[in-house]
Design a protein around this ligand. Structure first.
Ligand SMILES: [Zn+2]
Length: 268
């Protein structure tokens, strides 16, 4: 073999080896270490809603979330592994619908506050006025790169509170992945989604005391999607009873049937 031919074969071999390595790396999904799997299920009751057939996918999403998102403690909160696992374990419940669901691509950081935090918004309202009074928030989802959460309220969701700030804020992220509409994540066919969501949104706007859904959902289609996603995970039996069509729509989208699972909280 001439030295020139040997060199060109070697040069060709390098990209092939790189390609094979990348293919192998992509084919084997990230897996949670065994100890973490037990912690995930002990910390996050909602993890029990994932059926056996989707459990491997779920755990791979949790692992990928923890390794790719940066967690930042605010107001003195020190973020530990259990906190990372909890936020990832709740957020990944929204990502079971297909093999290559994107992992909240816009989110680079998760900011955790110990409890509700004060935010001063300086965008003008519809009258052009700026209200610089600080507002108390338990969570925010930015269209830029971050989700902000109150840890106290994350823990309340684990204990069965109707509010689940992780589900709510990450549902906003799914919504924002589709820049052409509000209240709808990306999907192939919007026909059924639009019909059911519009009808239920208008119904919530008419109700003064809705039985299951937080009236805050009547603020906008985006907030409605956040609120119904929270109810789907925190109050599934009631949601199915009072809003059967809406429940079925979300069950189809999220690939979960939480109302059919044993109740997570005895008092709920
Ligand atoms: Zn919201």
């Amino acid at each position: 073999m001439s030295p020139l031919l040997a060199l060109s074969l070697l040069l060709l071999a390098i990209p092939i080896a790189w390609f094979v390595r990348r293919r192998r790396a992509r084919a084997s999904a990230p897996r949670l270490p065994d100890g973490w799997r037990a912690r995930l299920h002990a910390r996050v009751p909602q993890a029990a809603l994932v059926p056996a057939a989707l459990r491997e996918r779920y755990e791979a999403r949790v692992e990928a979330f923890i390794s790719r998102k940066r967690f930042i403690g605010c107001n003195g909160l020190v973020v530990d592994d259990d906190m990372r696992l909890t936020v990832a374990g709740l957020a990944a419940l929204l990502l079971l619908r297909d093999d290559d669901a994107t992992l909240f691509p816009a989110v680079r950081s998760v900011l955790l506050y110990p409890a509700a935090f004060l935010v001063r918004h300086d965008e003008p309202d519809e009258l052009g006025l700026v209200d610089d009074e600080p507002v108390e928030q338990i969570g925010e989802s930015w269209q830029g790169d971050r989700v902000i959460l109150s840890w106290e309220d994350v823990e309340a969701a684990l204990a069965g509170d109707a509010v689940n700030v992780v589900i709510h804020e990450f549902a906003h992220q799914l919504d924002d992945e589709n820049p052409w509409s509000e209240g709808a994540p990306p999907m192939a066919d919007y026909t059924q989604w639009s019909q059911v969501m519009q009808r239920e949104y208008e119904r919530l706007q008419r109700h003064r005391r809705p039985p299951v859904l937080d009236p805050y959902g009547a603020e906008s289609p985006g907030e409605f999607f956040g609120v119904v996603s929270e109810a789907f995970f925190q109050r599934p039996v009631e949601l199915r009873r009072h809003h059967a069509e809406l429940y079925a729509l979300l069950a189809g989208y999220y690939r979960l049937d939480p109302a059919a699972a044993p109740p997570l909280w005895s008092a709920a």
